[in-house]
Design a protein around this ligand. Structure first.
Ligand code: ADP
Ligand code: GLC
Length: 508
């Protein structure tokens, strides 16, 4: 049972949603009865079909709740939804209200998710108990603690860190209300600088910890990347596994992506030109088949070096008047405003869309020449992988998963492209980013070399099969049990026909 706050297309604010849905699909293809358990946000209720109530869960923190079962529409992925409309059906996204402020009761909302996961896992509901409970990020972090506190040895628990920067810190005084036993409240438990830390709860009590790239797994053991939890992680370093993410081909494939009006592949790149024009239109840039088109698409935060990009863009535009820049993102209000100001100053060169927009997200990768993806830290970084697959060359920081998945062009003029798929840079000064983009622009001018870079990226394989096999091996090691006959979510005969042979693309 994968306990999460996001899974595509039920709820998504970033790569967590992509990763959980890609993993669950791949696990099912590997014959694992993977079931997603998450809050019944309105968007989740809309995206799940065959819904039926399977259990009442009275007395959870935040109020009585229910468990509803169904399938991600048009897929074979079963879902259990925790239903408490007062907690989960609200305007905004899973964490923020419509004005971008964190919900004041996020501690209660996600503790309820963990309490419910624990009650399902110990057989307090009619749902068949899982062998392994796989918690994702801080939102599910209390699950291992509640199971540990219940004194049960089964099921086993795994916590995957998708981003250690987000930890879920709440006032320690909530511990009573959240039913965290006194013995778990100390610094060897959930306490973190006087707060109650959900991520730390997962790190302390999960049977195993994983994170999403080998480099990030090493980095988070150091103070520079550990966000204060490197010591806690260090104590469990021998139980920390690195398993990278993959790309879900049902969602990301330039040869049949339903968000695109023209398709293309490494064998026939003509469709990319049409996408460039669509993208220029979508971002209010002049139609131009030749101008270098640089994209940036991410959360607008300091993690993603959006502050640096804002300093670098005017310098680039001064040096390259024909350069076009398209930015898609949302995040810190100050950064959004600074980008708006830049777009006002450079209306013909900088196209901006502030907001979360799945279609533009796909178009950005399909239409651009290069993707600027600076990161001060990056657990995995799915975005540059998508760009590579869509023939858009990433310019990215040499950290975390980016260092593992992008082969950087060797420094120096006219170096051999070899196996390079992108341009990697070190450091977080504007000059570092600027120099990397300049290298990209110089290489772009050499069309022959550029197309080798593009081809290299497009032919890299980043499927979910290998990562899913690593998770299966981990699950087997933790729970060496024979599979039982009944699935966690039983399919009703009337929904089986409606689901068979359908495919997520039809929904786009
Ligand atoms: P992170 O999870 O740190 O945000 P990833 O690169 O792993 O970074 O995943 C980001 C995901 O969110 C990608 O699927 C990307 O396309 C998507 N995304 C980010 N910002 C936006 C946006 N403003 N509109 C649409 N999709 C976005
Ligand atoms: C996080 C990370 C990102 C990763 C994603 C999925 O949001 O910031 O690097 O790709 O989770 O694991």
């Amino acid at each position: 049972m994968l306990v999460t706050s996001e899974a595509l297309p039920l709820a998504k604010t970033g790569g967590l949603g992509d990763a959980v849905s890609g993993l669950s699909r791949a696990l099912r293809e590997a014959n694992v009865d993977a079931t997603v358990f998450m809050p019944a946000y309105e968007s989740a209720l809309d995206a799940v079909c065959g819904l039926e109530k399977v259990a009442d869960l009275p007395g959870l923190v935040g109020g009585d709740a229910e468990v509803w079962a169904g399938w991600v529409a048009d897929t074979e992925i079963p879902v259990l939804l925790l239903r408490n409309d007062a907690l989960y059906v609200r305007p905004g996204n899973p964490y923020l209200d419509a004005d971008g402020r964190e919900f004041a009761d996020n501690g209660i909302r996600f503790a309820a998710l963990a309490q419910a996961a624990k009650r399902i896992s110990v057989g307090e509901t009619p749902v068949r108990v899982p062998h392994v409970v796989h918690a994702h990020d801080w939102h599910a972090g209390l699950t291992p603690l509640y199971l540990h506190a219940a004194g049960v040895k089964w099921p086993k628990t795994v916590l995957t860190i998708h981003n250690l920067a987000f930890q879920g810190n709440f006032p320690l005084r909530l511990a009573d209300q959240l039913d965290i036993p006194p013995a778990y409240r100390g610094s060897d438990g959930v306490e973190f600088w006087g707060h109650l830390n959900f991520m730390k709860a997962g790190l302390r009590y999960a049977d195993r910890i994983t994170t999403v790239s080998a480099t990030y797994a090493r980095e988070i053991l150091t103070p520079a990347f550990g966000h204060g939890l490197d010591g806690v992680l260090g104590q469990r370093a021998h139980e920390l596994h690195a398993i990278p993410n993959g790309i879900d081909p049902e969602v990301w494939d330039p040869s049949c992506d339903p968000y695109l009006s023209a398709h293309f592949s490494v064998l026939d790149m003509r469709g990319k030109v049409r996408n460039r024009l669509d993208m220029q239109r979508a971002f209010g840039l002049p139609a131009d088949p030749e101008a270098p088109l640089l994209a940036m698409g991410s959360r607008l935060t300091s993690q993603k070096m959006a502050d640096l990009a804002i300093e670098v863009f005017p310098m680039l535009l001064a040096a390259h008047p024909c350069l076009q820049i398209a930015v898609l993102g949302c995040g810190e209000r100050g950064l959004e405003e600074a980008l708006r100001e830049l777009a006002r100053r450079h209306p013909r060169n900088l196209g901006l869309h502030i907001g979360y927009d799945e279609r533009r997200g796909h178009l950005l990768h399909a239409g651009a020449d290069m993707l600027l993806h600076g990161s001060r830290f990056e657990p995995f970084g799915l975005t540059p992988l998508y760009s590579m697959l869509y023939g858009t060359v990433p310019i990215a920081s040499r950290v975390g998963g980016l260092a593992d998945s992008i082969t950087g062009l060797q420094p120096g003029p006219d170096t051999e492209i070899g196996a390079a798929t992108g341009i990697l840079f070190d450091g977080d000064r504007p000059a570092d980013m600027l120099a990397a983009v300049e290298r990209a622009l110089a290489t772009f001018a050499q069309r022959q070399r550029w197309s080798v870079l593009q081809r290299n990226g497009m032919t890299r394989h980043f499927g979910w099969e290998a990562p899913a096999a690593q998770y299966v091996e981990l699950y087997r090691m933790l729970a060496p049990v024979a599979p039982v006959g009944a699935p966690m979510v039983a399919r009703r005969p009337e929904t089986a026909g409606a689901l068979a042979g359908t495919d997520i693309r039809k929904r786009a």
